[in-house]
Ligand binder design. Structure first.
Ligand SMILES: [Zn+2]
Ligand SMILES: [Zn+2]
Length: 343
């Protein structure tokens, strides 16, 4: 019996009559996390983790009833017993465990296994069938340690300060921005110097603080005077701000991009920034294999990324592996059109 099937609206659990991260409005949605391609609007009822309730509400809008489930607490939905378990991807990101008549499936959502100061760590959950994402499901993807990446960012910032130019770091506004802020706060202290953020990040960053995540002080770019000493500042901005008139106020600046895709030379070139920092909120290749093994699942369904490569590798390990391709839009501009990396 398949506890989860793929429909046009996305992953569907017939026993509980609910969808997981549906791409279109449904009566009942279980939302794994608040990234835009997972948390869509227009649903009747939404179930999400208690940890992610604040940012999920920001994304799904005021209409749906929103039920916030503490980690691991079971919730009966129809014939399905549902519980949520930390996925370690961003604040509140959940894996969905579904049990029907002793059969257990876990849908991972997006996940990473490396500890992240801004969210509860990934929890391995045993399952008969595991649905895994595979955004970075190629052996070439191996992340440097996050502490080292943050230290590299800090010294890049300090070198720019010494050269009297602003440091503009392009990052995804939800998850990555807050993770970098937390890392810099730990490394340099909470009053580590002027960190200014784009307006797209303020509500999300405030929601992280409201959820109890410790972040260094930040100011909103548009609230600062024109003669602000930008050359001392670290500016966090979404990639969509690159090349816009919004950037003019900074005067001389160096720019950088933080993403797992920065491991790929062609992607670095395409972004046309001075510096690429390799930092991803998704599991790298060893992380995917580690997470899959920890579930002890005999059957693994692969979605959301490098599907054929991971399916083939898992089948070669003797697992029952298949593709479950959902119509995800890709939550990051860069998470598209990467098939074969050139570095
Ligand atoms: Zn995500
Ligand atoms: Zn995603």
């Amino acid at each position: 019996m398949d506890l989860v099937t793929l429909t046009e609206a996305g992953l569907y659990c017939p026993a509980g009559d609910f969808f997981i991260d549906p791409a279109r409005p449904v009566a009942r949605a279980v939302i794994t996390h608040a990234h835009a391609d997972h948390a869509t609007t227009g649903h009747g009822a939404v179930l999400c983790s208690a940890e992610g309730a604040g940012i999920t509400r920001l994304r799904v809008g005021p209409q749906p009833t929103l039920e916030a489930l503490p980690w691991g607490e079971p919730r009966q939905i129809g014939d399905a017993r549902v519980s949520l378990h930390p996925a370690g991807h961003i604040l509140g990101s959940a894996q969905v465990r579904i049990e029907v008549a002793g059969e257990v499936w876990v849908a991972s959502g997006d996940y990473k296994v490396e500890p992240d100061p801004t969210c509860t760590a990934f929890e391995p959950v045993q399952a008969h069938t595991f649905i895994t994402e595979s955004t970075f499901g190629l052996p070439v993807y191996r992340w440097p340690a996050q502490r080292q990446v943050v230290a590299d960012m800090a010294s890049w910032w300090q070198r720019n300060q010494a050269a009297d130019r602003a440091s503009v770091l392009f990052v995804y506004a939800l998850g990555k921005a807050q993770r970098i802020l937390a890392g810099l706060g730990t490394l340099l202290g909470d009053d580590c110097g002027p960190i200014v953020v784009h307006g797209a990040m303020t509500a999300l960053t405030d929601a992280y603080r409201a959820a109890g995540v410790r972040l260094p002080q930040t100011s909103l770019v548009s609230a600062l005077p024109k003669d602000f000493p930008w050359h001392q500042a670290l500016v966090l901005a979404p990639p969509s701000a690159q090349g816009t008139p919004w950037m003019r106020r900074f005067g001389a600046y160096a720019d950088a991009y933080a993403s797992g895709w920065m491991l790929v030379r062609g992607q670095r070139r395409r972004r046309a920034v001075d510096r690429g920092f390799v930092l991803s909120d998704h599991a790298d290749w060893p992380g995917l294999l580690q997470a899959i093994e920890a579930t002890r699942a005999q059957r693994v369904l692969v979605t959301h990324g490098q599907v054929p490569v991971l399916v083939r590798w898992l089948a070669e390990q003797g697992l029952q592996a298949g593709a479950l391709e959902a119509g995800y839009g890709g939550e990051q501009e860069l998470e598209t059109a990467v098939t074969v990396p050139d570095a």
